[in-house]
Design a protein around this ligand. Structure first.
Ligand SMILES: Nc1ncnc2c1ncn2[C@@H]1O[C@H](COP(=O)(O)OP(=O)(O)OP(=O)(O)O)[C@@H](O)[C@H]1O
Ligand SMILES: [Mg+2]
Length: 403
């Protein structure tokens, strides 16, 4: 068993919010609509406005390798503000002989090839990269230990972790963080709550190879839950739910005081909506994906599409609702807000539809709201934002590290 320096892949950092000053305008940035439409419906979406800015400060990139696409976001800090320099996404489906939007399971070389492609197309100018590890390839658990062992956690946690980890402990990288019950909170007989995270060594080796094969230099890796939460939430102490709706799966997290209290995976995602639309409307998967992205749940898509998508998204929302209710009952605490993120959160009409089914206040993540970009891009960045939460969260942490 190897162990990273403390909290190296689970730390949670709040970056101060910034406002756009609206003055930074560049020829390149005047074209986003064109690139946006060309790429979203083909395989590549990318535009860059990095040349707007001087190069005196170091730029960093966050890379999110999802099952359906790779997302990259390049940021730089200038006078305490976080500047969005470029971002892009590339669909992985075509690298696996599948349609855009489909979840894939690709070998390292293919992922590195796609990463190189998106880095080139998005005109990324740095090699300093932070990459996410998929939630599905990690283990996150909360250990309850006697407060008296706080000083011996380095010995106790690996022993305790054996109960939760289904492979030999020397095959995983472990990290942990005391959530509550430590220091001054400790009383005789009280319990320590420790957040345990583990990643298999093979997974780490795979992601290291992806980064080096793409010609990049790895600064750190982090399980995607921490990156998504950092980019999706502002400072706050009340517990909130963060729901990352991806292609094959949906990830559900509860965050309180900036710390992860609970996490689950639900085997339902955007791909299921597309496949349902393809079957119901008797159209190809590509056509269904295109219509889903264009119309979502809006009436302009026609009643058949709207109904099919609504029918497909309803079980997912019911499962989220059940998970929230179970948490609220167990903790005797209400989750007032649910922040929705991930590519499927950009389904048109989703927010209102979900709000009609759930009691909690629903908000869409706005990760680019934590960055500065030309004001006229505000609408585009707000719309596309949820897809890039993980990549933004990684880049924000990297900026903090080098500050
Ligand atoms: N405009 C849109 N409207 C509706 N759905 C969309 C839109 N854009 C992307 N999607 C869907 O979002 C999903 C991809 O989301 P995301 O990029 O978050 O997934 P991922 O990170 O690749 O997957 P995962 O997190 O499950 O590994 C796809 O199913 C895609 O169809
Ligand atoms: Mg994802």
């Amino acid at each position: 068993m190897t162990k990273q320096p403390r909290n190296s892949f689970l730390c949670f950092i709040n970056v101060p919010d910034t406002q756009s000053d609206g003055k930074r305008i560049h020829q390149k940035a005047l074209e986003p609509q064109i690139s946006f439409y060309t790429v979203v419906y083909y395989s590549l979406m990318a535009f860059s406005f990095s040349s707007l800015f001087s190069k005196e400060q170091k730029s960093v990139i966050g890379v999110d390798v999802g099952t359906s696409s790779i997302k990259v976001v390049q940021l730089r800090r200038e006078h305490g503000r976080v500047i969005l320099e470029t971002y892009g996404a590339i669909a992985l489906g075509p690298y696996a002989g599948l349609e855009i939007g489909r979840a894939t399971s690709l070998p390292t070389e293919k992922i590195a090839e796609a990463l190189k492609d998106v880095i080139r197309e998005a005109r990324v100018t740095t090699t300093d990269v932070a990459i996410s590890i998929p939630y599905a390839l990690s283990l996150i658990s909360i250990l309850k230990l006697p407060a008296s062992v706080e000083k011996q956690l380095a010995q106790v946690v690996p022993l305790e972790a054996r109960k939760y980890i289904p492979v030999p402990i020397n095959e995983v990288l472990l990290d942990w963080f005391v959530l509550s019950g430590g220091g001054k909170e400790a009383t005789p007989g009280s319990k320590l709550e420790v957040l345990l995270v583990a990643i298999h060594n093979d997974t780490i080796a795979k992601f290291k190879s992806i980064v080096s094969d793409a010609g990049l230099t790895l600064a750190f890796f982090e399980i995607e839950v921490f990156s998504a939460v950092r980019a999706s939430l502002d400072r706050g102490i009340a517990p909130v739910a963060v729901v990352d709706m991806g292609a094959a799966t949906t990830k559900f997290y509860v965050v309180e005081r900036g710390l992860i209290r609970e996490s689950h995976i639900i085997n339902h995602g955007g791909q299921d909506l597309t496949l349902a639309a393809s079957r119901a409307l008797n159209i190809s998967v590509s056509q269904a994906e295109e219509r889903k992205r264009k119309f979502g749940l809006m009436p302009e898509g026609g009643p058949d599409l709207t109904q099919t998508l609504a029918l497909s998204v309803t079980p997912l929302l019911s499962e989220v609702s059940r998970t929230i209710a179970a948490y609220e009952q167990r903790m005797n605490q209400s989750l007032s807000t649910m922040v929705v993120t991930g590519g499927s959160a950009t389904l048109k009409g989703l927010k209102d539809f979900a709000q009609s089914k759930l009691q909690n206040e629903i908000r869409l993540a706005d990760p680019f709201g934590k960055t500065q970009a030309p004001a006229f891009l505000e609408g585009v960045l707000k719309e596309a934002g949820p897809e890039f939460s993980v990549a933004v969260g990684l880049a924000l942490r990297r900026l903090q590290e080098i500050a």
